[in-house]
Design a protein around this ligand. Structure first.
Ligand SMILES: NC(=O)c1ccc[n+]([C@@H]2O[C@H](COP(=O)([O-])OP(=O)(O)OC[C@H]3O[C@@H](n4cnc5c(N)ncnc54)[C@H](O)[C@@H]3O)[C@@H](O)[C@H]2O)c1
Ligand SMILES: O=P(O)(O)OC[C@@H](O)[C@@H](O)[C@H](O)[C@H](O)CO
Length: 380
């Protein structure tokens, strides 16, 4: 039986990637830092995925087990013998798991020249490429040379809304019925594995940018504006017509860049926005604004869902008023339980907004985007 090693037994790990890998016939070994999750996986050996929606379906995911990420030898052994490695830990954690993956690769290279592909399934443009760079830092020059020939790190786009879980079983996971997992064909080493539900494409960049800069852009704007208005969930936020208008406007502004860059049709992009909004409004998903707004420092980064499209659109001569509204709301996100929100608010207090626009958002000092954002900060 083929083995998949998946880092991160969280919502996307169990509810999406682990589920598809198991369904494709892989034995799935989850590596996680959460001892409770690992224990539960080893005790039960299965979990359920519930598709929340009109025709709720329940899938039983069999043949799963867990390893704690602190059990370094065990993790390296599992990676060395794996047929595929995937991650869904969050972009900020990729650097921490890189040494574990490198140890596994180093061990494997001693006895095998079989290809191995590592796919980072994170909301980040170029996540696998980034992971590859971090992994390579932990290999010797000789290992790097061999790894370049046999280790693939294909970039990917992953799309399925999986909110925090409310049930009593720590493993069962409720997901939306929709999903899309798209992976860059050119990034694979050896044969592209056949995993029903995983689509290998030549033009990954168009898929991943459309996803992050439309769906995640709209989601984030809904989260930050909803948080300000005291809404608990994304659905509740979007039921406010003013928020809905800004969210649609921000996604349409991103579309100006995406259409220019990738040639999407106007109608095609409008349909993509409508579909995303319908998914956000799924009454079966109770998706808190504080989950979708989590890690505001990451989300305000220069390549992430808010600032990147705003900068690009401005270059194309369009004033990104709705994106700027979203950025301003993100800068005000002061949710105490989010460490990045606390850090952001501390930076704003101690260093001022201009320093944050430079250091966190990477917006050049001369960019007119600064004034558009600041106007929104003053207005509210
Ligand atoms: N939830 C969604 O709707 C969704 C959809 C598409 C993509 N994503 C992306 O998937 C990734 C995971 O998101 P999620 O919602 O599943 O988050 P999550 O918090 O539910 O899962 C992350 C898991 O990683 C584990 N983890 C953290 N540090 C670790 C470490 N050092 N070693 C091993 N495991 C570690 C956590 O314990 C947790 O189980 C993120 O990049 C996210 O952007 C999420
Ligand atoms: O996971 P994040 O923190 O990058 O973004 C929060 C949500 O927008 C995200 O998890 C979506 O639910 C997901 O990207 C849908 O595919």
């Amino acid at each position: 039986m083929k083995t998949a090693v998946h880092f991160g037994a969280g919502n996307i790990g169990r509810g999406f990637i682990g589920f598809l890998l198991s369904r494709a016939g892989y034995r799935v070994v989850f590596v996680d830092i959460n001892a409770g999750l690992v224990e539960a996986l080893n005790e039960k050996g299965f979990y359920r995925v519930v598709e929340g929606g009109e025709d709720a379906k329940v899938h039983r995911v069999e043949g799963v087990s867990g390893i704690l990420s602190t059990e370094e030898e065990k993790v390296a052994g599992a990676v060395a013998g794996a047929h595929i490695v995937t991650t869904a830990v969050g972009p900020g954690v990729l650097g921490s798991i890189a040494p574990l993956i490198a140890a596994g690769i180093s061990r494997r290279l001693r006895y095998s020249t079989d290809p191995l592909n590592v796919i980072a399934c994170e909301n980040m443009v170029g996540a696998s490429t980034f992971l590859k760079e971090r992994v390579m830092e932990h290999l010797s020059a000789g290992e790097r040379e061999k790894a370049e020939k046999t280790m693939g790190f294909p970039d990917a786009a992953v799309d399925r809304i999986v909110p925090p879980q409310e049930g009593t079983d720590p493993l069962d996971v409720t997901v939306e019925p929709y999903f899309e997992w798209v992976v860059d064909t050119g990034g694979f080493k050896g044969t592209v594995p056949e995993i029903p539900g995983m689509k290998a494409v030549e033009n990954l960049q168009a898929y991943v940018e459309r996803k992050i800069y439309t769906l995640n852009t709209g989601h984030a704007v809904a989260a930050y504006l909803g948080y300000e208005k005291g809404c608990a969930t994304i659905r509740e936020a979007l039921q406010n017509p003013e928020i809905l208008g800004t969210v649609k406007g921000a996604m349409a502004e991103s579309g100006v860049y995406l259409r220019a860059r990738f040639g999407f049709g106007e109608e095609e992009h409008r349909a993509y926005i409508e579909k995303a909004l319908q998914r956000f409004l799924n009454p079966a998903l109770k998706d808190p604004v504080v989950r979708v707004g989590r890690n505001p420092v990451r989300k305000l980064g220069p390549k992430d869902r808010l600032v990147f499209p705003a900068v690009r659109v401005l270059e194309l001569g369009v004033k990104p008023v709705n994106l700027a509204r979203g950025i301003a709301a993100a800068l005000r996100f002061d949710y105490e339980e989010d460490a990045e929100a606390r850090e952001l608010q501390r930076m704003i207090r101690e260093q001022g907004i201009d320093a944050v626009l430079s250091r966190v958002c990477g917006i050049p000092e001369e960019s007119p985007l600064r004034d558009i954002i600041k106007a929104n900060l003053i207005k509210n």
